[in-house]
Design a protein around this ligand. Structure first.
Ligand code: BGC
Length: 271
């Protein structure tokens, strides 16, 4: 007898994607929606683009709602989860994507830019993950997924590659790496899976200057053995897999989606 399966891997599930009004977050929201999830498109300032993303998901027959919250502020994260519960009933998937760069030479790095980047990129992941775990535990099991809930942390290759001129950013992503693993270790007993995706260079607004001229792209490709700069959909596909039952035995893992950027590319030419 064949098992009755939902037609899409995330049918009936509900997701929050933080920082979903542009870049990687926008694509993850679209990919999860295309896989059957109803999606909260979180944004902090860019209401217009969040509305555009919601509109594009709806045009593709998906379900989405835009919710404003600065993930570095506890009260705003709590309000976002209240709103998600009111709109969608509960949450099955959290994607901690919101992140930013405030680059400076180390000796010039201001405390304000240190605090801002750690606040959004690391404290934001803590706050949203804590609320997600609380919500999963409150809601209990559903027939829609094998796990109680899934948390996906969007990190970076700079969780292991030091990055001159970006100490705040690299420190935030290094922090995400052990936050993710510690949450995974602690929450597995409840049936909650926690994983990370660490993207390499992906064509988004955060790094336009690194790829938008032929000269810049040629320089960047020296760091990417696979020979192309990544696209947001490379991350969207990985996110769907890590959010679905197809990866049900995977927890505490970091998936590097980077065309080989973490493979010490300079050793192709020496050593
Ligand atoms: C950064 C990008 C950078 C990439 C590879 C990402 O985490 O946000 O600006 O291009 O890492 O270095």
């Amino acid at each position: 007898m064949s098992e009755t399966k939902p037609s899409l891997p995330l049918s009936g599930q509900r997701a929050i994607v933080t920082g979903a009004s542009s870049g990687i977050g926008e694509q993850i929201a679209k990919s999860l929606a295309a896989a059957g999830a109803a999606v909260v498109v979180n944004y902090s300032r860019d209401e217009k683009n969040a509305a555009r993303v919601v509109g594009e998901i709806e045009s593709a027959r998906g379900r989405a709602v835009a919710v404003r919250a600065d993930v570095s502020k506890e009260s705003e994260v709590l309000a976002m989860f209240d709103r998600a519960r009111a709109e969608l009933g509960s949450i099955d998937i959290l994607v901690n994507n919101a992140g930013l760069q405030k680059d400076a030479a180390f000796v010039d790095l201001s405390l304000a830019d240190w605090d801002k980047v750690i606040g959004v990129n690391l404290t934001g992941q803590f706050l949203a993950s804590r609320e997600a775990a609380r919500e999963f535990l409150r809601r209990g099991r559903t027939p829609r997924a094998r796990s109680l809930g899934k948390i996906l942390c969007i990190s970076s290759v700079h969780d292991i590659i030091p990055w001159a001129g970006h100490a705040n950013y690299a420190a935030s992503k290094g922090g995400v790496a052990l936050l993710m693993k510690t949450m995974a270790q602690e929450l597995a007993q409840h049936g909650i899976r926690v994983n990370a995706i660490s993207p390499g260079a992906i064509k988004t607004p955060i790094n336009t200057s690194a790829w938008d001229t032929p000269t810049a792209e040629k320089e960047l490709l020296k760091l990417i053995p696979y020979g192309r700069v990544g696209e947001p959909v490379d991350i969207g596909r990985a996110a769907v897999w890590l959010a679905s039952d197809d990866s049900d035995y995977v927890t505490g893992a970091t998936l590097y989606v980077d065309g080989g950027m973490t493979l010490f590319p300079e050793f192709r030419f020496g050593g």
